[in-house]
Design a protein around this ligand. Structure first.
Ligand code: BTN
Length: 260
């Protein structure tokens, strides 16, 4: 991808400028956080062709080999004030990628809270990191990783969940530059509708394993139940054996279908 070509199409809505584009960096989320700490504006975009220390949730490593995928982080300063709205930000990233890929014929499902599955395998993920000042949201860094070309998929031995890429699942490779623009359009669209019921419904409609039995590993133990959907806070709603509702927040460590 060429910085100059991408720049010519930016911003998309309120997002994409300024653009920090590097061939290689440790983690786009780390640079985005540094920039946000020194006042970077809403919409600032950090991108890298390669990450040497890409991260997922709970410091799990995320591989981005040069020129094979997308590694991008947005500095967001949304008007979100309620915990409901703030907890929806990961969903916005996930939905934006799912809808962008739908435009190319791929049906991404969201393994709540932040994994993107295509053909049942992980094709991407979201890392949303928040910073607070005196109890108010100062900024969010919304990190998005997507495997595009075959070379982006790490070897099976390095994975805790099977992985794939767009090239493998679609049978062809969409332009990474166009994907970035489509994802930005989706984030911008849903940010303006953060508190709408329509957002929650659309996010819910993309959930993986709906109606199936799931086991969620949390810091307080294991929660098991059938996935019903999301509550207004964006938490996953399971129905337990006795019909009781169980809400699981995004501090959850791992979610797996029971029969796998
Ligand atoms: C996960 O699988 O838990 C989320 C993976 C998120 C990876 C993206 S790539 C761009 C941004 N920079 C990072 O270091 N992580 C996110």
């Amino acid at each position: 991808m060429r910085k100059e070509e991408l720049l010519a199409s930016l911003p998309v809505g309120d997002l994409g400028l300024p653009l920090y584009f590097r061939e290689s960096m440790s983690s786009t989320n780390d640079l985005a956080k540094e920039l946000a700490e020194t006042g970077a504006e809403h919409g600032t975009l950090v991108m890298a062709e390669e990450q040497t220390a890409g991260r997922g949730r709970f410091m799990r490593s995320w591989s981005t080999k040069a020129g094979t995928g997308l590694a991008m982080s947005l500095v967001l300063r949304p008007d979100a004030s309620t915990s409901n709205e703030i907890s929806r930000l990961t969903g916005i990233g996930a939905l934006a990628v799912a809808e962008a890929v739908a435009g190319y014929g791929g049906d991404i499902k969201i393994k709540w809270p932040n994994d993107l599955l295509l053909g049942g395998r992980k094709v991407g993920g979201i890392l949303n990191e928040l910073s607070w000042v005196e109890g108010n949201l100062d900024y969010a860094v919304l990190g998005i990783g997507l495997n595009v070309h075959r070379g982006s998929v790490p070897p099976e031995s390095e994975l805790s969940f099977p992985a794939t890429c767009l090239e493998q699942e679609l049978g062809w490779t969409p332009s990474r530059q166009q994907l970035v623009l489509d994802v930005l359009a989706g984030v911008d669209h849903w940010l303006a509708r953060l508190s709408s019921p329509g957002f929650l419904m659309t996010w819910e409609s993309r959930l993986a394993f709906r109606g199936q039995r799931l086991r969620a590993e949390t810091r307080d133990g294991i929660v098991e139940g059938t996935l019903k959907g999301l509550d207004p806070e964006g938490r996953m709603l399971l129905v337990g054996e006795e019909g009781q509702s169980l809400a699981v927040g995004d501090e959850v460590l791992q979610v797996r279908p029971v029969d796998s």
